[in-house]
Design a binder for this molecule. Structure first.
Ligand code: NAD
Ligand code: TYD
Length: 357
């Protein structure tokens, strides 16, 4: 199937993946209009979008996806034929400290968008599409073996994962009940430029640069599959344009690694990039109390998206880590700007009880 949207509402486009997505699609599709609706929470940063802010086919709207009247007005003004929905509270550790905002934004906010799109697209003569950007965490946790597939039953275990699972269920329920046009993508851990430094990879790079302790939860044995964000954005663009209606796609990097090994590789890369003997910074590693309910392993079977949509990630962990470390070292101003008071408060709440500064 081929779908070419003319006017796309992108939610959460000032966040990590949303901004990488806009940096990719705005120049790639000059005949498509993109409206970025973002509430600019602590995780949203318009500085990420400087390269496209003057583009003719891009506009920013500051607002909350929970505001139904605003969303209806935007549909009226821009006649969207697609929604690419990134906006979310996205950090598991914050969801453990307080799940409330996760249900408000990830569940209620998604419902508000679905309702607005359903109303606007009822009886439409042209194709329309709602793309929900979701996570592998909806499937729960794996042991040493096996991969999640699109048929794996949902078993979310953190408040974040439960809120994303609820949103996925709502999207599919709209599909079944209202014949609503949707696609869902469930993705593994992303990394790369513009990621807020509360997530593992940018947090390690930031602490390595300034010489702060590197908190590794438990024994560092948990396994994650890492996908370089630009590869993810290419897959998302292919799904929006090419996937069949009411389909789900799992997008992984096939780059599994334990947290401890990943942290060591990152620290060694920072040593290399800053001219220190490789291995120097490993002494910064500090094992801290494990995350409650810490999912052991995630892994996705991405063969359907590779086969059907001819997508392949261009980066493995080696090239992705090298690019990511180089980006953060070259953008320390960006990093320092986002490390404002709000983040420091969170850091104290998160790591204060774990023996961190
Ligand atoms: P992020 O936290 O970096 O960005 C979220 C963005 O949403 C921010 O710009 C924020 O300001 C905005 N936002 C939050 N609440 C809002 C609201 N109520 N109204 C409007 N805007 C709001 O998140 P991310 O890492 O870029 O993740 C984007 C999406 O991808 C999320 O839906 C997340 O669940 C999903 N995802 C992320 C990963 C990952 O590794 N980062 C992996 C799989 C799936
Ligand atoms: P994170 O980046 O929070 O992503 P997710 O929880 O969505 O996988 O964490 C990645 C892994 O790193 C996860 O297993 C938890 C672990 N972790 C640490 O060991 N220390 C940290 O300071 C953080 C933030 C995460």
């Amino acid at each position: 199937m081929s779908f070419t949207p003319t006017s796309v509402l992108v939610t959460g486009g000032a966040g990590f993946i949303g901004s990488n997505y806009l940096l990719h699609v705005v120049p790639a599709h000059p005949d498509t209009q993109y409206v970025n609706l973002d509430a600019l929470t602590y995780a949203g940063n318009l500085a990420n979008l400087r390269a496209i802010e003057e583009a003719d086919n891009y506009a920013f709207v500051h607002g909350d996806i929970n505001e139904g009247a605003l969303i209806d007005r935007l549909f009226e003004e821009h006649q969207f034929d697609a929604v690419v929905h990134f906006a979310a509270e996205s950090h598991v550790d914050r969801s453990i400290l307080d799940p409330t905002a996760f249900v408000t934004t990830n569940v209620h906010g998604t419902l508000v968008l679905l309702q607005a799109a359903r109303k606007a697209w009822e009886g439409a003569k042209h194709a329309c599409r709602f793309h929900h950007v979701s996570t592998d965490e909806v499937f729960g946790t794996l042991g040493m073996e096996g991969h999640f597939t699109a048929d794996t039953p949902y078993a979310p275990r953190s408040p974040y994962a439960a809120s994303k699972a609820a949103a996925d269920h709502l999207v599919r329920a709209f599909g079944t009940t209202y014949d609503f046009p949707y696609v869902i993508t469930n993705t593994s851990n992303n990394y790369g430029p513009y990621q807020f430094p509360e997530k593992l990879i940018p947090l390690v790079i930031r602490n390595a640069v300034v010489g702060d302790p590197i908190p590794v939860y438990g024994k560092g044995e948990n396994v994650r599959d890492w996908l370089f964000v630009e590869d993810h954005c290419e897959a998302l663009d292919s799904v929006l344009h090419q996937a069949g209606d009411q389909t789900t796609w799992l997008i992984g990097g096939d780059q599994e690694i334990t947290n401890l090994e990943l942290v060591e590789r990152l620290l060694d890369e920072v040593d290399r990039a800053t001219g220190k003997p490789v291995g120097t910074r490993r002494s910064l590693i500090q094992f801290v109390t494990d995350r409650p309910g810490h999912d052991f392993r995630y892994a996705l079977d991405s063969s359907p998206v590779k086969e059907a949509l001819k997508w392949t990630p261009k980066h493995d962990l080696s090239s992705g880590i090298a690019r990511t470390v180089a980006w953060y070292l070259g953008n320390m101003d960006w990093l320092n700007d986002v490390l404002d008071g709000g983040y420091r408060e969170y850091y104290a709440a998160q790591y204060g009880s774990r023996g961190m500064n």
